[in-house]
Design a protein around this ligand. Structure first.
Ligand code: UGA
Length: 441
């Protein structure tokens, strides 16, 4: 009976790239019982990981890394060649940052494919986990064929990851679906085996289709957000309530309630970059995906609109003290990449306001990105709001919902709340004497 299980756990896995996707993938596969080697070219990152210092904050990840590192299921190295030679399955989870023209920089993938070719000592399954443009799998295959020195077999596969930062461990272990893009039965079997203990529908397809599934999923979610934000603008003009509109729309299962939260728009290292990459690749293939251009434009405009609302109320922003609560692009992460807060802070600075910033996790990252800017950081929300003319909520951290607003009102110079995430109780705040500005409420 145990035979299948024993064989299954014998798969040894290398995950290249210790970023969000890579580290979560590595730690979760180790948790599922496989021996996993996580590789990164950043020596400091790898040394820190060996000391159990993680490169970013992600709920639940530390516990998995610690447990599996200590029980020998998880190791960290910078030696990619060895990590390729020792295993059968190689997940590529390196970054694919945007080039100035919007295309994805795939040079790290080429390097890995080259090293796989040079270290092809036995069958290898090379799996794309990072978000990559459609047809990247073909390029990886061509690269390995071009540089390999023997005829040892290999497969390339696409297995896009749909995890969300802040919920990454949960999303990996409880996926809605697992997408497997393969060209051979052997590759399909390995990937099915690897995920066999997770309960989720598996969609098996060709590699190009799997790559498009990832592009289309992220772009569709971004479209939902821009759609609801556009409707929120109309709600403001018509004096209607976007939260109720979204609630009622979401009850229709054809629409669904997720990703209908109006606010200052989406950020992070996935949606903005992936949308750009999908636009680029569509054009390259011969289709102008104009809908996505509009999604992007609405998203950009939303941040300006938020600051304009504050400006309309305060009239002059110069020298006004603006408390900004929440800096990360969403709660439960310290990730500041493409965070809407960065643009909003910049708009306030252009108006010569005085921003005082607070975030429960992202302060260190924010300090790096805002170095040299005229901003101050507060150690807690109450210190941030002291003598302020406005407090802006930009990330819906749970702790902000439980603040003592009576105390905040006493501390502020002018009781103005601008809620960029429609996360607070407007009626309650108004009853305390605050002026409340939401988006479409
Ligand atoms: C997103 C996708 O949700 C994941 O499925 C995907 O795997 C990931 O990108 C990726 O490609 O790696 P993530 O960027 O972690 O995940 O964050 P989301 O939870 O999707 O939020 C993205 C942004 O949209 C945030 O700034 C969030 O505040 C904003 N958002 C989300 C809204 O403004 N309104 C909503 O209703 C939902």
């Amino acid at each position: 009976m145990g035979q299948k299980k024993v064989i299954k756990k014998e798969y040894r896995i290398t995950v290249v790239g210790c970023g969000h996707v890579g580290l979560v993938t590595g730690a979760c596969f180790a948790e599922l019982g496989y021996r996993v080697c996580c590789v990164d070219k950043d020596k400091k990152k790898v040394n820190n990981l060996k000391k159990l210092i993680l490169p970013f904050y992600e709920p639940g990840l530390f516990e998995l890394v610690e447990k599996n590192y200590k029980r020998g299921k998880l190791e960290f190295t910078t030696d990619l060649k060895k990590a390729i030679r020792n295993v059968q399955v190689i997940f590529i989870a390196v970054g694919t940052p945007p080039n100035p023209d919007g295309s994805a920089d795939l040079s790290s993938l080429e390097r890995i494919a080259y090293l796989v070719a040079k270290n092809l000592n036995s069958y290898k399954l090379v799996v794309e986990k990072s978000t990559v443009p459609v047809q990247t799998g073909e390029k990886i295959k061509e690269t390995i064929l071009r540089y390999r020195k023997n005829s040892k077999p290999f497969d390339v596969a696409s297995n896009p990851e749909f995890l969300r930062e802040g919920k990454a461990v949960h999303d990996f272990l409880h996926p809605d679906r697992i997408v497997i893009g393969v060209e051979s039965e052997r590759a399909e079997k390995i990937l099915r085996d690897l995920y066999s203990s997770l309960k989720a529908p598996i969609v098996v397809t060709d590699i190009n289709t799997a790559e498009i599934i990832k592009h289309a999923s992220n772009s569709f979610l971004a479209t939902k957000i821009s759609f609801i934000n556009a409707v929120a603008r109309i709600c403001d003009l018509a004096k209607a309530n976007i939260d109720k509109v979204a609630e009622a729309m979401g009850l229709d299962p054809r629409i669904g309630k997720e990703f209908l939260k109006a606010g200052i728009g989406y950020g992070g290292f996935c949606f903005p970059k992936d949308l750009e990459a999908f636009l680029y690749i569509s054009k390259k293939l011969g289709y102008e995906f104009s809908l996505l251009k509009e999604v992007k434009r609405i998203n950009e405009e939303q941040k300006k609109y938020f600051v304009e609302k504050v400006k309309d109320y305060l009239w002059i922003l110069k020298d006004k003290k603006i408390a900004i609560l929440g800096l990360s692009f969403k709660p439960d992460t310290d990730d500041m990449r493409f965070a809407p807060s960065l643009d909003i802070i910049e708009f306030f600075l252009r108006e010569k306001s005085k921003p005082i910033l607070y975030d429960p996790q992202a302060r260190k990252e924010a300090e790096k990105l805002l170095k040299g800017k005229k901003v101050k950081f507060a150690k807690d929300p109450y210190q941030a709001v002291k003598d302020c003319d406005c407090v802006c909520f930009l990330t819906e951290w749970e702790e902000f919902k439980h603040l003592n607003f009576k105390k905040i009102k006493k501390l502020m110079r002018m009781p103005l709340i601008a809620d960029g995430r429609n996360m607070l109780d407007k009626r309650y705040l108004e009853s305390l004497g605050f002026k409340y500005l939401g988006i479409g409420t």
